[in-house]
Design a protein around this ligand. Structure first.
Ligand code: CP
Length: 317
């Protein structure tokens, strides 16, 4: 049993899922549940963060995370600034730390940061007074993705504890996989990673997961099948013989899904490469695919995170 939700979140930053308790995770998910319902109302603007400033600082491309943090901040009444790294003084050679110190001097309340280097967001958080939220650092963590995935599973299947979750594909380069392994373990789920030996890090089972190299064994009796993109931008060299062969062995299609539970749900953090890691028919299956639900719940989770992390400075704890 994972126990009740915590009554407060004792962290200034959200840098990863590793180290969070089940109670702290439940606190975020319970709050996010309320924001899901709120976001479905005709008018969704709140004033909770009126007068507060949220800055998005993305050193890597993003559609879902950046847009949903912007929407989340605006729906809570904050001023949201999207700093364009390409048009910033980073391009003149300003370092990450100097950039952080500069933004900190402008008294922002929260910095949402994505960076290609694992650990860069933690480094930055040590230099600022505001809250820092990791929007994905290298292949390390993507905590709000794991939180929204957990919310999607919990809302659809009613629980996390005891479920078999198969995370499939490019585990090696995936921060989503790492954050999900930490979260699902904390919440009492059983986690499997599935992929070719070249794309599964050695000793990953130490994080608390089973390793499978075939979809047949990895998907057997799974409640949740989470597909991951081949992250070509992080690869140097050849990890799979060809995308065609990769799809044949590891691409999700109905035939491979037959060994999973009959009502197993399908997830993907996006962006998807159709025909590489997932067949279009499966991805667009409205009964089983939760891919667009994940996107919807991402806004609610990010509202919950901004709400929780600014409570101390709002005197709301
Ligand atoms: N899932 C995810 O992080 O998507 P984006 O890269 O579009 O933000």
């Amino acid at each position: 049993m994972t126990g009740p939700a915590a009554t407060r979140f004792p962290h200034r930053h959200l840098l990863g899922i590793e180290g969070l308790t089940a109670g702290e995770i439940s606190l975020v998910l319970d709050l996010a549940d309320g924001y899901v319902e709120h976001n479905r109302k005709p008018v969704v603007k709140e004033s909770l963060l009126h007068g507060r400033t949220v800055m998005n600082l993305f050193f890597e491309n993003s559609t879902r995370t950046r847009t949903s943090f912007e929407l989340a901040g605006k729906r809570l009444g904050a001023d949201v600034i999207n700093m364009s790294v390409d048009a910033s003084s980073v391009k003149k050679g300003e370092t990450l730390i100097d950039t952080a110190a500069t933004l900190n001097a402008m008294h922002v309340d929260a910095l949402v940061v994505r960076h290609s280097e694992s650990g860069a967001v933690k480094l930055l958080s040590d230099k600022v007074n505001c809250s820092v939220i990791n929007a994905g650092d290298g292949n390390h963590e993507h905590p709000t993705q794991a939180l929204l995935d957990a919310l999607a599973i919990r809302r659809r299947l009613g629980r996390l504890e005891g479920l078999i979750v198969a995370i499939c594909g490019d585990i090696l380069h995936s921060r989503v996989a790492r954050s999900n392994i930490h979260l699902l373990n904390a919440m009492g789920a059983r986690v499997r990673v599935v992929g070719p030996p070249t794309l599964v890090p050695s000793a990953i089972e130490r994080l608390g997961c089973e390793v499978h190299h075939t979809m047949l064994s990895g998907l057997k009796d799974a409640d949740v099948v989470m597909m991951l993109r081949l992250q070509n931008e992080r690869m140097s060299g050849q990890y799979v013989p060809s995308t065609r062969e990769y799809f044949y062995f590891y691409g999700l299609e109905y035939e491979k899904l037959e060994v999973a539970k009959p009502d197993a749900v399908i997830m993907h953090p996006g962006p998807m490469n159709r025909g590489v890691e997932i067949d279009s028919e499966v991805a667009d299956d409205l009964k089983r695919s939760m891919i667009l639900d994940q996107v919807e719940l991402g806004v609610a989770v990010r509202m919950a995170v901004l709400d929780i992390l600014t409570r101390d400075r709002r005197g709301a704890n």
